[in-house]
Design a protein around this ligand. Sequence first.
Ligand code: CU
Length: 153
Amino acid sequence: MSVIDKSEKKVLMISGVVIGLFIFSILYAKDKYQSDVPECIPFDKAYTEPRINQIDEKTFQVFSVASMWQFEPSEIYIPVGSEVDFYLSSKDVVHGFNITEKNVNMMAVYGNINKTTVRFDEPGVYKITCHEYCGVGHENMQAEVIVHQPQTK
Ligand SMILES: [Cu+2]
């Protein structure tokens, strides 16, 4: 028969509340900022070929491949209001993947595919930068998402 000490019970309760708060704040942020919680999906070689797939008028898939010292594709043109699924992988070392003004902070890890979904509702140029030091060319590691107004016909 084990009896839990009163102070131990208290610590367990507080831990439970803190864990609950963490989970709540993640779900709250996901909803409020319409940000996608990044997920790690099973590795498949098909994800490691840099390309942009257009699913429909405003839905895209970007297969972004980080390597020393570049992101491929380096320029991504999409119309305003697009939703983009980024599938991120690395050819070599660990790289970072940060999109300015967007709630995106991922790591590119060899042998892993990380995925996030981002909506671009404002036109402009959004820089993608590497924020994990990856070698001498690190500061040149940039790409751009160019969000343009669709042409009027
Ligand atoms: Cu880097």
